[in-house]
Design a protein around this ligand. Structure first.
Ligand SMILES: [Fe+2]
Length: 399
């Protein structure tokens, strides 16, 4: 891989989502979303959020700004599927909506993205799979066609989906996670207000925070690293270092830590990931391991594996170890190991499982997991080439 500091042959960077950050922003939801072209909104959420009072606050904010609430779709499960996306698109049509507002975690936001694409262009959620395959002007050669206005209000500090052009959705029959990415899926607006994570349970704050940590670390060492993303990854990691434990332990009281974690997750997100995500997607598809939990378990193992793929990779982990004030003086692989150990300790400290077996994964499932990881789009972005034997070993060591 090209060394840090070299001039890359190619990369692209885009972040067109307008992000607004602050306190008491939910009451401005309508005022802000109106500026993005919304008039009749389908609010997409889940049953858990329904019970928190957030829906009422957002609804009041919409109406206050002169935006109609066309309907509420609250059937998004923890791990959404193509069928849910299709139902959500249908709900928008039936309600006469012209825009989507996602209020929830990654599953809710990704559902709204895919439902919006289906709503706008027709077809089914299953047919949306792929990278940069959405309809374009000029027989597919021109500008990608817009989808209906989409705003996201994340209620976890983790996925960063509110500013990404990707969605990951389960296809239950094939037991895979579909990956869909293209420019029109960038939401037009993201609202970060610490009120949305005030009642987030500590275990969920920990797991989603580790997802953000994984994005920052994988993004920094990915084959697809870039100076633009490096800047984001490093600042995200500083903010996670300073706020994650506080946000998990301080919960409702620590608004500052929760707000900073929302920003950190927003900064950390990138499509340039690697083998941690490649391993976590099938763990979710086959065993229902929550995404952040799977990442937290896999991350230290992948760091140790990658660091043995060459000095330029291990040196990048050394940079990150310095940020955590770890002992990073000796060999680069030792520095990477210190980072892996630090993260493993943090995961334990946060009260998350550290082994796949604690999260319901069976040894007999490893061949299917390996197959899933090999077929995952993030495998080719990992800084060290990972083959079937490597993944089998990584899963066994994480079991
Ligand atoms: Fe992730």
């Amino acid at each position: 891989m090209e060394e840090a500091g070299s001039f890359k042959d190619f990369y692209q960077y885009a972040t067109p989502t307008r992000v607004i950050v602050g306190r008491d922003l939910l009451e401005s939801t309508g005022f802000e979303f109106l500026k993005e072209g919304a008039h009749r909104v389908l609010l997409v959420t889940d049953q858990v959020i329904r019970g928190t009072g957030l829906v009422e606050k957002v609804e009041a904010g919409l109406v206050d700004g002169g935006v109609d609430l066309a309907g509420i779709f609250d059937e998004v499960p923890q791990d959404s599927s193509t069928a849910v996306c299709d139902r959500c698109a249908e709900a928008a049509r039936e309600a006469g909506a012209d825009s989507f507002l996602a209020l929830g975690g990654g599953s809710v936001m990704d559902t709204a993205k895919v439902a919006d694409a289906v709503f706008t262009h027709g077809g089914t959620a299953r047919e949306q799979e792929g990278f940069f395959l959405m309809p374009r002007d000029d027989d597919g050669m021109g500008r990608p066609l817009d989808i209906a206005p989409l705003a996201c209000i994340p209620t976890t500090a983790g996925t960063g989906s509110e500013v990404s052009m990707a969605a990951v959705i389960k296809e239950p029959e094939e037991r895979i996670k579909l990956e869909i990415a293209d420019f029109p899926l960038f939401p037009r607006l993201a609202i970060l207000d610490p009120e949305t994570t005030r009642t987030l349970p500590p275990a969920l704050a920990a797991a989603t925070g580790m997802d953000a940590m994984t994005h920052a670390i994988e993004g920094y060492v990915s084959q697809d690293w870039s100076p633009h993303q490096d800047a984001r990854s490093l600042q995200a990691l500083r903010m996670i270092r300073d706020n994650l434990e506080r946000a998990v332990q301080g919960g409702e009281r620590d608004e500052e830590a929760r707000g900073n974690m929302l920003i950190a997750a927003n900064l950390a997100i990138t499509l340039a990931l690697g083998s941690v995500h490649a391993m976590s997607h099938p763990a979710g598809a086959h065993f229902g391991v929550p995404h952040g939990v799977a990442n937290a378990i896999h991350l230290p193992h992948v760091i140790r594996f990658n660091a043995r793929g060459g000095d330029s990779i291990a040196e990048r982990y050394r940079d990150l170890g310095e940020l955590f004030a770890l002992e990073t003086g000796g060999a680069a692989t030792d520095a990477a190991d210190a980072l892996a150990a630090h993260i493993g300790g943090l995961v334990e400290q946060l009260g998350l499982p550290t082994r796949l077996s604690q999260a319901g994964v069976l040894e007999s499932g490893i061949p299917a997991l390996v197959e899933g990881a090999m077929g995952d789009g993030t495998t080719i972005l990992n800084p060290r080439e990972a083959g079937e034997e490597d993944y089998a070993e990584l899963y066994r060591s994480a079991l």
